[in-house]
Design a binder for this molecule. Structure first.
Ligand code: TMP
Ligand code: ASP
Length: 247
């Protein structure tokens, strides 16, 4: 069920380094190679650290989620895992918007609208943030996105619809594995054919997972809030996701 890429094209030129990943070109202009690092940042890079083996766990965790979403009709950039820390993905131009879906109040939403963390939302809340380190990734609305040419109204329709479908699929995947999907962040990109597909990663760096029974955070909040047992939480999420996957 987790797609692997055999005979993967070698990494050629270094293209881009983000906070958690490095991207390399390959001989195939449509494909890039993504390397997952152990570096962790929070609060727009103001807090920095290392989470041992995070790159290994997040590469595989993302591979599991992308494979599952692909199998359920969501187009993604994922082409297959290459090794412990690397995957091959389709080359895309990233849309400079972070799309957040929330099922339960946590983090910045608690501050913004004054509801207590843990309050269950009556329906999923969709938010857009402008990917700009300089501005600190501000919350933006559809009008802002149009005026900044970040996405057309048609593209926004596609992105919003996909984000909500992905939410339903992910909840259905993680709940039987004892995880509550509190909220998560997605990024989308446009491939060479102009199609909008899911990109970036899906991991405890980009999702909030709470243990269904105890409510314990099993995600990057353990790093952000100095809660301890950070590595253990990442491993625990992966361990649960592996349950029931092709034996
Ligand atoms: P927030 O409550 O801090 O706005 O975060 C909402 C979700 O988005 C949470 O699951 C963590 C994720 N997220 C990222 O992936 N990257 C970010 O830079 C931020 C701020 C949040
Ligand atoms: N991604 C970080 C976070 O989750 C933000 C950052 O990169 O500074 O808080």
């Amino acid at each position: 069920m987790i797609k692997e890429f055999t005979n993967a094209p070698e990494a050629r030129e270094f293209m881009y380094e983000g906070k958690a990943k490095k991207i390399y070109t390959t001989d195939d202009p449509e494909l890039v190679r993504i390397y997952y690092k152990d570096d962790a940042t929070a609060f727009d890079g103001k807090k920095r650290g290392t989470i041992l083996d995070k790159g290994v766990v997040n590469n595989r965790t993302s591979g599991i989620f992308f494979s599952y979403l692909e199998d359920n009709g969501i187009p993604t950039h994922f082409q297959g895992l290459v090794n412990e820390r690397e995957m091959i993905t389709e080359r895309v131009e990233i849309i400079q918007v972070e799309v957040v879906v929330r099922n339960v109040v946590a983090g910045s939403l608690a501050k913004r609208i004054g509801l207590a963390e843990g309050t269950v939302l009556a329906f999923p809340v969709l938010e857009f943030y402008y990917k700009s380190d300089e501005l600190g990734d501000p919350l933006i609305n559809e009008s802002h996105m149009k005026v900044l040419n970040l996405a057309t109204p048609e593209e926004l329709e596609i992105i919003g619809g996909m984000a909500l479908r992905i939410n339903g699929l992910m909840v259905g995947f993680v709940e039987p594995r004892g995880l509550r999907l509190v909220d998560f962040k997605l990024e989308f990109g446009k491939n060479s054919k102009g199609q909008i597909i899911l990109a970036d990663e899906i991991s405890p760096d980009t999702c909030r997972f709470w243990d269904l029974e105890t409510g314990k955070s099993l995600d990057k909040d353990r790093f952000r809030r100095d809660l301890g047992e950070v590595e253990e939480a990442y491993h625990e999420v992966l361990r649960r996701l592996e349950v029931g996957l092709n034996g």
